[in-house]
Ligand binder design. Sequence first.
Ligand code: DGL
Length: 278
Amino acid sequence: MSTSPIGVFDSGVGGLTVVRALRRQLPHESIIYLGDTARVPYGNRGADTVRRYALNAAHLLREQGVKALVIACNTATAYALPALQEAFALPVIGVVEPVAEEAAARSQTGHIAVIGTRGTIASGCYEQALAAYSAGAVVHPIACPLFVPLAEEGWLDGAVPEEVARTYLEPLISSQVDTLILGCTHYPLLRPTIARVLDRSMGRSVALLDSAESTARATRTMLQRSGLSAPDGQEGALRLLVTDDPRGFARTAVRFFGDGVPMADHVNIIDRFSQATT
Ligand code: DGL
């Protein structure tokens, strides 16, 4: 079992930012990544829909023989983590807790901003997670739905993303925020623009945290605790699966993963798993 792959999924390409950190931190682990590109975005959908999609994705990965699941999507973590933990006899981890713990430990003022999709922000998952690590934390949540299409299109800097970021982040100007969580796995691509806009408008630097590195650390701990870590001699393989045309995915994936991203295989999730809810 320990030589089996870890299953990782997201609505599309964003979760590759987590895969990159997993590959760096856990080079012996094999990974099967599923991008549900036929149904991206998850961020504007209702809780029941996201939960159903996440269950479909997990069923598909379990069928591939994965030993553990990493939900590399904040929206799916927000709405489906308990459902997946209940439905599958596998260790399951999401991206919210690890970065919330890191943010709570790092913030000096206790004022922490969280940016994410509409779904993630509406769920209140970060308020809940941060309260568990820092009772007095003051959370400043902001939904930034335009960041996902900008990242997917590769509009990462220049006038348009800067103006979008400036508009979204304006409410933070007069706050005491010193730490901002990039609460969507697409957002690390926009990190330089977000940092520049914050520096300029707030006149001081704000620590930007994304979930990739902290989730990879938490995954290592989860595997160790379950006795599922890959043997040191194993060289981790990476396989990518997508639910829509792999060619479009390949073009975008390079931005999220860098060069050396393998070609994805197409899998049918809609006809096969859309009935499965547990
Ligand atoms: N990457 C997903 C997340 O972390 C959001 C993208 C989407 O809206 O599907 O929430």
